[in-house]
Design a protein. Structure first.
Length: 130
């Protein structure tokens, strides 16, 4: 979507299942989803069209979840937008919720529709009222 009311979402994930699910769910809600499988491609796309929301798999950066957020914040255009990380069930219990801001959270693989809606509403309530 190119109108001013749509949300631009940058999805950085090499997983076909999770990437497809997120893309379909958000596109149905009127979001413009830019799905990249590699971090270097994602950085280039930010220069062209900064997103309103970043959803990323920290494994692509080969960093911990917290370090991947810090790394993303160094990219012009990503300094202040909400970030959702895609984590495994094993990573999620160790996620440092007390060390992140209110506009950051995580999704757990395998992804489920209800989980997606809940997290999107949390980080962008004005955009995701579905």
């Amino acid at each position: 979507m190119s109108d001013s009311t749509s949300s631009r979402v940058l999805l950085v994930d090499s997983g076909a299942d999770s990437g497809s699910l997120i893309s379909v769910v958000l596109a149905r809600e009127g979001c413009d989803v830019n799905w990249k499988a590699r971090w270097d491609e994602a950085i280039l796309s930010v220069k062209e069209a900064p997103p309103n929301l970043l959803i990323m798999d920290p494994a692509l950066l080969q960093l911990s979840a917290l370090k991947s957020i810090r790394q993303a914040r160094l990219i012009p255009g990503l300094e202040e937008i909400p970030i959702l990380l895609i984590l495994s069930k094993q990573e999620a219990p160790n996620f440092p919720m007390d060390q992140i801001g209110p506009d950051q959270d995580f999704l757990i693989r395998p992804l489920q529709h209800r989980q997606l809606f809940k997290k999107f509403r949390k980080v962008l309530p004005e955009r995701f009222s579905f």
